[in-house]
Structures are given as structure tokens and as C-alpha cells.
Design a protein around this ligand. Structure first.
Ligand SMILES: [Zn+2]
Length: 165
């Protein structure tokens, strides 16, 4: 039975973020995404209505909506310390490297997104910050190769990359 590390949701970047309250080892599961799964039509409706995006894409037309838990609040960074990993149909946030107690958790939203109806302008301040964040195919090839080598690309985007090739 996996014990997830303790996390805390608190103010960050003018909104909320998720922080670990204990050190986490590279490869460890940090949390599971548990929101209801919805289709593209619901996400498109939210985008058209100008409702805030809180969707995590897990298939070309499949998404997690908000759960009400900490999985709703993990912020994006262009230099992330976590990534999304699928095990037997469950989606987990995984430590991409060792993470110190008190650090905020980030993943690269772009690596999950295919024709995603929301965009935002990143201000993460990383040396390689991409600015506007959209879909997987906007990520520079060298960075995507690095993500793939580290197992940081979820299955639906790996499949899209395979069909692009
Ligand atoms: Zn950035």
C-alpha cells in the first residue's frame, strides 16, 4: 500500500499551489488525480463560458475535472519537479527528481495537452520558460526528448508522438 507524502495547499503565485511537507525521493508517487472524468464537450463548454480551467488531459478526448482536493492545485512550471504517470488506468503525480520538504510541486502542463482549449502565459521565471503554454507539439524537440527519456510523457501524448513520426 502506497503512502503518499503529506502535502499542503496554500497561496502561491497569486493563487494556490501544492507544497510537500516532507522530502520526496525521485520516482515516488505524491498524489493521485481523483476528479470526475469528463469528455471534450464539457471542457469546450467551460472554455466557451470563460470558466477557469482546472482540467487535466489524460486522453485525446478525456480529462479529469476538479476533485476538490490538492490535485486541483498543482501549478505549471517550464522546469518542473514532477510529472504525470499512468498505472493501470490511475493517474499519479510522480517526483521527477528528489524534492525537499517545503518545496512547491510543479508539472509541465504542455506535456499532457492535445488540442487543449485553454492557453495561458507562463511567468515561472525558469531560464527555459516558454511563455505561452499550449499543446505538446509546441514543446521544443530537445526538451520533449528529455521528457521522454525520463518517462515524463503520459501515454496519450506518447501515442500522439508515435503517430506524428
Ligand atoms: Zn514558464
Amino acid at each position: 500500500m502506497t503512502r503518499f507524502p503529506q502535502v499542503e495547499v496554500r497561496a502561491s503565485h497569486g493563487g494556490h499551489g501544492v507544497f510537500v511537507l516532507e522530502p520526496v525521493t525521485a520516482g515516488a508517487r505524491i498524489l493521485e488525480f481523483v476528479g470526475p472524468r469528463v469528455g471534450r464537450d464539457e471542457v469546450e463548454r467551460a472554455a466557451a463560458a470563460g470558466v477557469g480551467d482546472g482540467f487535466l488531459q489524460i486522453g485525446e478526448d478525456e480529462f479529469y475535472a476538479l476533485s476538490g482536493g490538492p490535485d486541483d492545485f498543482v501549478n505549471h512550471s517550464c522546469a518542473p519537479n514532477t510529472h504525470i504517470h499512468c498505472v493501470a488506468g490511475q493517474y499519479f503525480l510522480i517526483a521527477s527528481r528528489d524534492i525537499a520538504s517545503g518545496d512547491e510541486l510543479y508539472f509541465d502542463y504542455g506535456v499532457t495537452q492535445i488540442a487543449f482549449p485553454f492557453r495561458f502565459h507562463c511567468l515561472c521565471g525558469a531560464a527555459n520558460c516558454r511563455g505561452p503554454i499550449g499543446n505538446y507539439d509546441e514543446i521544443p524537440a530537445a526538451l520533449m526528448n528529455e521528457y521522454r527519456a525520463l518517462g515524463m510523457v503520459p501515454p496519450h501524448v506518447e501515442a500522439a508522438l508515435a503517430s506524428d513520426a
